[in-house]
Design a binder for this molecule. Structure first.
Ligand code: UTP
Length: 294
């Protein structure tokens, strides 16, 4: 059975992005001219996902509004003859079937996923973190589902090598390479100190999960940071399901982190069809100024 539903959790506090994320969800901060979460939704759609389940929370209603019809705005653009902008705005609301659920208190990523239980139902599903952008062709999620379809069962995690001094920021796998880019995961640990990290292969924000994950999440005690951790639930489920790590092809940006967000803006800016050449000229000029100062 192939995967058709995707959960995008977007209910976190976004503390790494304060003060910007105090009143504006970090998931709506733009990478060039598009909110971060729209890149994520587009990846799901380009993969062939037919239903996107947003997990939002208090102060996050604007995320739902972004994907909804904006009657007044569309009326205004039509009246002004701004057909290009009208098309752009309408495309967002026509994207895909989007359903949203609320996570009343952000108790952790695992808890956010649990909030989508009723809508996901009894099917394997995908999770895409709302602040993890992967620039890839085919999309990262498509690559993972292709692997999943070959394996036919189990859990697939997107993984990526990270510098050893950054392992404490990620879920880290211990596993054996079983095919090109594919690892059989023996165990995984959330945010280990460098001396306890079993590898430098980090889980990044894409997961293919069976519905049995919900039963585990329902009884899971809080883990690292007092949060209900998805990594802990996957570790428990690994007793019954094979877990694979797939080293995807593509460039990943942590847009929930100030530096990652900035790098993503530069990279996507350079690729932007209208702005790219001007951004490139500007960056060259700035680089020369910096060189002169050093
Ligand atoms: P993060 O850890 O990046 O988000 O979770 P955060 O907790 O908002 O960020 P910081 O660490 O305080 O800066 C990854 C994704 O999971 C969502 C977040 O919104 C983000 O998109 N999330 C996290 C939830 O939906 N609920 C939670 O309880 C925690």
């Amino acid at each position: 059975m192939t995967i058709k539903k995707a959960v995008i959790p977007a209910a976190g506090f976004g503390t790494r992005f304060l003060p910007a994320s105090k009143a504006v969800p970090k998931e709506l901060l733009p990478i060039v001219d598009k909110p971060t979460i729209q890149y994520i939704a587009e990846e799901a759609i380009d993969t062939g996902i037919t239903q996107v389940i947003l997990v939002t929370g208090r102060e996050k209603g604007s995320i739902e509004d972004h994907f909804d019809i904006s009657f007044e705005l569309e009326h205004h653009l039509k009246a002004k003859g701004k057909e290009d902008l009208l098309k752009l705005v309408q495309e967002i609301s026509d994207m895909v079937q989007i359903v949203s659920v609320r996570q009343k208190t952000p108790l952790g990523l695992g808890h956010a996923i649990l909030c989508a239980k009723q809508i996901v139902g009894n099917h394997p599903f995908a999770v895409l973190l709302a602040d993890d952008i992967v620039d890839a062709n085919p999309p990262c999620l498509r690559q993972m589902i292709d692997v999943y379809n070959k394996i036919g069962k189990g859990i697939v995690l997107a993984i990526k090598e990270v510098p050893r001094d950054e392992v404490y920021q990620y879920g880290i796998i211990d596993g054996e390479r079983v095919a090109d880019r594919l690892y059989r995961v023996e165990s995984l640990v959330e945010k280990p100190p460098v001396e306890e990290a079993p590898s430098n292969l980090a889980v990044i924000g894409r997961y293919l999960l069976p519905p049995e994950i919900f039963e585990v999440l329902e009884t899971l005690p809080p883990g690292k940071g007092g949060e209900i951790q998805l990594t802990d639930a996957i570790a428990r489920l690994s007793e019954h399901f094979p877990v694979y790590g797939y080293q995807f092809e593509g460039e990943r940006y942590d847009a929930g982190d100030k530096m990652g967000f900035f790098i993503a803006n530069v990279r996507f800016g350079l690729k932007h069809p209208e702005l790219g050449p001007r951004i490139s000229d500007f960056l060259i000029k700035i680089a020369e100024e910096i060189k002169e100062q050093v």
